[in-house]
Structures are given as C-alpha cells and as structure tokens.
Design a binder for this molecule. Structure first.
Ligand code: AMP
Length: 280
C-alpha cells in the first residue's frame, strides 16, 4: 500500500493509472476504521483495479467542537487494517492540503434534505460533508465511490452533490449495507468512546429498529416511532429523533407502496449515535 499525503502527488499517480484504463474505487473515511469501513474497501476491491481510501477528520462537518476534539484517532491501527485488507492507496492529507489557504468554500443548494433529521440537529453538517467530498473527488477522480448505508441521509445528500456538480455522469455511487456487531449495534467509530455499560445500552437503538421493522405492516407509523422514542428515553438516552420516512427522499410517506426507512439519532453520556433500517 502506498500512502500519499499530498493531493497533487496522488492526482498525478492516479492520472497515470487512468491512462492505462485502470478502474479506480474510492472509499472516503474519517479513520478509526472498523469492519464497516473494511466492507467498503472489500466492495471496491471486488469491482476496481485500484482502491483508494482516504482518512481525514473533516473539521468543516463538525458543528460541535467537543465531538471534533474527542473524535477517535487510531491511525497506526488503521494503516495496519488497510494493509491487511490489501487497500492499494491511502490518502492521509493535512487540513491545509484539503483546504489550502485561499480555498473558497462553495455553498451547495441541497434542497429540503439538508435541514431535516441530521441537518436539523447538526446545522451546517451537510455543507461541510459536501465541501470535503467534492474536494476529495476532484483529487481522486474515481470511477466508483463507496458509501455506507449507516449514514443514510448522507448518501442521499451525496447523490444530490453528484447531480449538482455534474459528477454523476463520470462516477458510480455504490451504497454498502450497514455492518453490525452480533448484538445488532451498528459499527461506528464513535462506539470506541462508549464504556461497557454504555455499549450494552447502545444495542437498544438497533433493537428498536428491528422492532419497528417487525411491526411496520400492522401498526401506525406515528405510534411505532413514538413508542420507540419513549422507550429509549426511559432507558436513559437523549433522543434527537425516531422517524419513519420515505427511503427515496426522507419525506413524509404518502403512498402505501413507498419504500420506508426508520432512522434514529440518540445520545448516551453525550456520545451521539445514529442508525437506520430499511423497512420494506
Ligand atoms: P466515517 O469514517 O464514519 O466518515 O465513515 C466512512 C464511510 O464508512 C461512510 O460512507 C460510512 O457510511 C461508512 N460506514 C460507517 N460505519 C459503517 C458500518 N457500520 N457499515 C457500513 N459502512 C459504514
């Protein structure tokens, strides 16, 4: 595996690869890698000649300074994991490399999806995500981009970004299913911040999603969401939302045949976790 720290050097290397018609798969991450991230690497390896992973904790997407300060960093272990997964290239840029002096942040017109759910609780988050993803895609110029369903709303936002920037014609987006612990807990870098009791409690989030899925055909949507929210609150979570919405655009469902997704965001001891599940 080759590690690049400089954007220009990485772009030059990938340009040569492209000249040889090599297909490039790209997996952007913020590090503290786990099996979820590695499933994206594996999906990319299966469909491309070359897999590039980036690790960059993007300050622009954190609306909470504490969350940014405490974001887990395990870079040596990450390099080992990527090496074992036979990732070809790791891009490990500094903040200045991604946002060089004079870098002009763009504003993306992301529509309604930007300010609901995660957008409501993390103002500016999706603009920050788009800044970094667009910059990384300019550097990597990949053929295939791999994102996790774990960040469901982010996938919808990135689809929109690809449309807005015209990149959708050059790049295929693949969404990889969420990898879970045996207990059902969605793997997440933030799980590293949970103590044993909190981790056990965190299982309740996925349990509620499984319960919603089990009962979606027999109970009203509003009741399912309210009951889940109440139970999580009683167990000690601070619940931002439990929502059952259209899986196409996260709007309130209107058609009985519409694909649905349930999404939960809840914190334990100030550590905020998100998860979601497709329901039909
Ligand atoms: P992050 O490092 O949290 O920014 O995540 C990088 C990528 O990995 C994103 O596309 C995430 O959606 C994806 N990802 C994170 N956790 C999981 C998981 N448990 N299963 C599958 N993909 C995941």
């Amino acid at each position: 595996m080759i590690i690049f720290k400089k954007a220009k050097q990485l772009s030059a290397c990938l340009y040569q690869e492209k000249k040889q018609m090599h297909k490039i798969g790209f997996v952007p991450t913020m590090g503290a890698l786990h099996k979820g991230h590695l499933s994206l690497i594996s999906a990319s390896k299966n469909a491309n000649d070359l897999t590039v992973c980036s690790i960059f904790v993007n300050p622009a997407q954190f609306n909470n300074a504490d969350d940014f300060r405490h974001y887990p960093i395990t870079i040596e272990k990450d390099i080992e994991n990527l090496f074992t997964a036979k990732c070809d290239i790791l891009f490990l840029p500094s903040v200045d490399e991604i946002y060089p002096p004079g870098f002009k942040k763009k504003h993306y017109d992301l529509g309604k999806t930007e300010n609901i759910l995660e957008g409501l609780y993390r103002p500016g988050h999706f603009q920050g995500v788009c800044q970094v993803v667009n910059r990384l895609l300019d550097i990597v110029a990949a053929d295939n981009l791999y994102l996790g369903q774990k960040d469901f709303q982010q996938c919808i936002i990135i689809k929109k970004l690809l449309q807005l920037t015209g990149k959708e014609n050059k790049l295929r987006l693949t969404i990889v299913p969420t990898v879970r612990e045996n207990s059902g807990l969605a793997m997440s870098s933030r799980n590293l911040r949970l103590n044993n009791d909190q981790k056990k409690l965190a299982d309740e989030i996925s349990q509620e999603l499984f319960l919603i899925k089990e009962n979606i055909l027999t109970q009203p949507i509003a009741r399912l969401a309210d009951d889940a929210k109440n139970r999580l609150t009683q167990k000690g979570f601070v619940v931002d939302y439990v929502q059952i919405v259209s899986a196409n655009d996260l709007s309130v469902p209107t058609e009985p045949t519409e694909p649905l997704v349930a999404l939960i965001a809840a914190s334990i001891g100030g550590i905020r976790l998100i998860d979601n599940m497709l329901l039909n």
